[in-house]
Design a protein around this ligand. Structure first.
Ligand code: GRF
Length: 202
């Protein structure tokens, strides 16, 4: 069984897409948020998946990252998936899971990435530059925001959009498609890093 942990901060539409799509050799062993009342926890409850809240500083009701790493080790997590997680992952987690943490970003990195580039901010910036395409990027997480090697991208035509919200809608559809696909490829051990390139085998 390939075990994943999913980190969320918002409504969890990517989480739901993963749960609705992954094959039964993949198990979502835990769902983690930086919020104690994260809306996406309602999805965890529907699927009876253990949920945890994590914070850098100790707060009641929250784990710290040392405790979270212990749980991930007990659960034998193979892959950590950031699906709208808004906090930076501490270096100690990156060190422990280097090459096994991925993030989905709602733009074509390296454009429109980095600190502050999340949610509608991204689509507003894309809209205001009059970009004719946008898309979603899945990348490895390292110690710099939105910086790790790119694993997968898919573009959407936005030449006819009238608002950043329209871009968000089109990009989200692509996110829901490619994130489960990439997780499946990790479970099949078909994501290969060769030098600077990431290759997804058929
Ligand atoms: C997605 O657009 C994702 O690309 C970004 O945060 C958003 C999360 O949305 N990182 P949801 O919570 O999965 O609906």
């Amino acid at each position: 069984m390939y075990k994943i942990a999913i980190l969320v901060s918002g409504r969890g539409s990517n989480l739901r897409a993963i749960l609705n799509t992954i094959s039964n050799n993949i198990s979502v062993a835990g769902i983690v948020s930086d919020k104690i009342d994260c809306p996406a926890f309602a999805i965890a409850d529907q699927y009876n998946i253990p949920k945890f809240s994590v914070a850098e500083k100790s707060r009641s009701g929250y784990l710290d990252y040392e405790e979270l790493l212990k749980i991930f080790s007990e659960f034998e997590i193979d892959l950590i998936v950031l699906a709208g997680f808004l906090k930076k992952i501490p270096d100690k987690v990156i060190d422990e899971y280097e090459g096994r943490i991925i993030n989905i970003h709602p733009a074509l990195l390296p454009s429109f990435g980095g600190k502050g580039m999340y949610g509608i901010n991204v689509h507003r910036a894309v809209f205001n530059r009059s970009c004719q395409v946008s898309g979603a990027t899945i990348h490895f997480v390292d110690k710099i925001y939105d910086n790790g090697k790119i694993i997968a991208q898919e573009i959407v035509d936005i030449s006819d959009v009238q608002s950043p919200e329209e871009i968000a809608e089109r990009v989200l559809k692509v996110e829901h498609k490619i994130l489960p696909e990439v997780i499946e490829k990790f479970a099949e051990n078909k994501v290969i890093v060769k030098g600077n390139r990431v290759i997804i085998q058929n």
